[in-house]
Design a protein around this ligand. Structure first.
Ligand code: HXC
Length: 515
């Protein structure tokens, strides 16, 4: 018997088929070395779980058409699905429909799915590939961007927000990603406020898309992008990886995984990775790999401000955020970008209940006019603010140097660091012995019979009396001096004791994190 629904179902199918996009659109993306909006969602989500909504939305101008529009979906696919079994909401712009440009209804779809993510407490991921504001929709398009920005701000700190840039992302479109927690770019994507033609007209300068705002530039120079991938596929797998470290929302804990790595494992290799001679560099990522579960470390902002290393890992199955000075780059000094990088990462961890582990080996601030003019004062203050504001467990290990302001700023007791440790070789002081003797004993050294011998004597004396971890330990400013090989087991015990931390801020409208 003929189904009475037949005609209706056929009409629905016709519309859905149009919304699914064409093979030509997909081929055009492939020709550019990119995937289509749907192929991207298929890779990002667990197979077969992505569920589309608002498939039949039409652009404002075509709202009353009868089913023959080529514009179903209005250039963006929105919906939800699972990533490793956990719910996530997403949007994916279709470059094949009016260049993926953002019109009023396209914006409404994105805002709707963002608000659903907030309501149901799940991460939101925006896949961007768009020519920006849809020119023919004029101010309706601009107003749409403003609504997206507003939703980004409201969702900030409530659910994880990730922006994935897989093609162009131009003009005001860049500000939604900039308001989110993590930005991913491929080598084949670009972001800029003013395009090459504007630069040419205003500045009389020739510049390519890649030079102006390619994935590499934003991952290495500007810090806009946190992760750089070769292509769409590699990028989307990395996004899945990151989601595995984040809670679904600010009320949840990050996902715990039953650990395989022994919590009592000693790490004797640390004693050869870190040279006792504090002038010698080493790669702090090797220290991190030795300490954390299975050596797995997801580094964030790997190519930017490399003198500070930040990223996510697990300790005995619990997600932790690591903030570490990198002696291999600029001797591990703190500069403007390192402060900004650390501050943002600390605030992200704090928002999502991720304990922070700081590894200190820092000679102080990077000196110079460039740093002072660039505002190291206000930018360094951001890091202090972030550590002080964070109410998650704050653990710290001084592996070698901890000098001056850097001592105070990085998770110290004064900033309510929870459990702080130092290795026995640690140098913790206002400044290095040479500098201290030059300031304190200038007259005495000059007046001595053998000034050089006297200077050496005073330096040795200073090192003996001040420049060791025991002065700090004697005042309870660190909680213990530990053997380097015990670092993992000590941190795991400290983490387990502090996971139940309950600290609340005093009521205020909001603080004023330095500009
Ligand atoms: C409407 C657009 C569009 C846009 C592209 N298209 N961008 N339609 N509004 N912003 C359309 C094209 O007309 C074309 O339609 C189709 O999409 C594909 O575009 P192509 O140029 O053929 O593709 P490609 O060579 O890959 O180049 C992609 C591009 C380029 C680099 C993105 O299209 C481009 O430069 N677009 C304009 C970018 C821009 O200036 N946007 C406004 C930024 S200002 P047909 O029908 O021919 O297939 C802005 C302000 C936001 O965004 C402020 C928010 C606060």
């Amino acid at each position: 018997m003929e189904s009475t629904f037949e005609t209706y179902v056929a009409r629905l199918r016709e519309r859905k088929a149009i919304a699914a996009g064409t093979a030509k659109e997909t081929e055009a993306q492939h020709a550019k070395g990119r995937l289509s909006a749907r192929e991207r969602l298929d890779l990002l989500f667990d197979p077969g779980t992505f569920t589309e909504i608002d498939t039949l939305v039409l652009p404002r101008t075509e709202r009353y058409l009868d089913g023959r529009s080529s514009r179903y979906g209005d250039g963006v696919i929105t919906g939800f699905g699972t990533i490793n079994g956990r719910h996530v909401f997403a949007s994916s712009q279709a470059a094949g429909v009016m260049g993926g440009s953002l019109g009023e209804m396209h914006a409404n779809k994105i805002v709707k799915v963002m608000r659903m993510a907030m309501t149901y407490g799940a991460p939101f991921i925006a896949l961007n590939d768009s020519g920006g504001a849809r020119i023919q929709e004029g101010v309706d398009s601009l107003a749409g961007y403003a609504r997206i920005f507003d939703a980004n701000c409201e969702a900030s700190g409530v659910i994880p927000q990730l922006s994935i840039i897989l093609g162009p992302c131009a003009g005001g479109a860049v500000y939604s990603p900039a308001l989110t927690d993590f930005v991913f770019m491929t080598e084949n994507s670009y972001m800029f406020i003013t395009g090459p033609e504007v630069v040419r007209a205003v500045m009389q300068e020739q510049v390519s898309f890649e030079e102006l705002g390619g994935g590499l530039i934003h991952s290495k120079e500007s810090g806009v992008s946190h992760f750089l991938s070769k292509d769409d596929r590699e990028c989307l797998l990395l996004v899945r990886d990151l989601i595995g470290y984040l809670p679904s929302n600010n009320m949840d804990d990050p996902p715990y995984i039953l650990p395989v790595d022994d919590p009592n494992r000693r790490c004797p290799e640390l004693e050869s990775i870190v040279p006792v001679d504090s002038h010698k560099p080493y790669d702090v990522r090797q220290v991190i790999a030795a300490i954390v579960d299975d050596g797995r470390f997801l580094e964030v902002h790997q190519l930017w401000a490399e003198n500070m290393v930040v990223g996510l890992a697990r300790l005995n199955g619990y997600v932790v955020g690591l903030v570490a000075n990198q002696p291999n780059v600029l001797a591990g000094t703190i500069d403007i970008n390192a402060s900004i990088k650390a501050a943002h990462f600390i605030r992200t961890c704090d928002a999502f209940n991720i304990p922070i582990i700081t590894l200190q080996d820092v000679p102080g601030f990077l000196p110079g006019r460039h740093q002072e003019y660039g505002g190291i004062i206000r930018n360094g203050a951001r890091m202090i603010y972030a550590y002080s504001e964070a109410t998650v467990p704050k653990l710290m290990v001084i592996t070698r140097k901890s000098y001056g302001g850097a001592y105070c700023m990085m998770s110290s007791k004064g900033l309510r660091g929870d459990l702080l440790y130092a290795w026995p070789n640690a140098e913790i002081a206002v400044m290095g012995a040479e500098g201290a003797v030059n300031v304190l004993f200038k007259k005495e050294v000059t007046a001595a019979e053998d000034p050089e011998a006297r200077r050496r004597e005073l330096v040795a004396d200073y090192e003996e009396r001040f420049n060791n971890p025991y002065v700090c330990a004697a005042r309870g400013l660190i909680d213990d001096v530990i053997e380097p090989r015990d670092t993992r087991r000590v941190l795991i015990r400290a983490l387990q004791a502090t996971l139940s931390k309950r600290e609340r801020h005093t009521g205020k409208k909001h603080g004023l994190s330095p500009a």
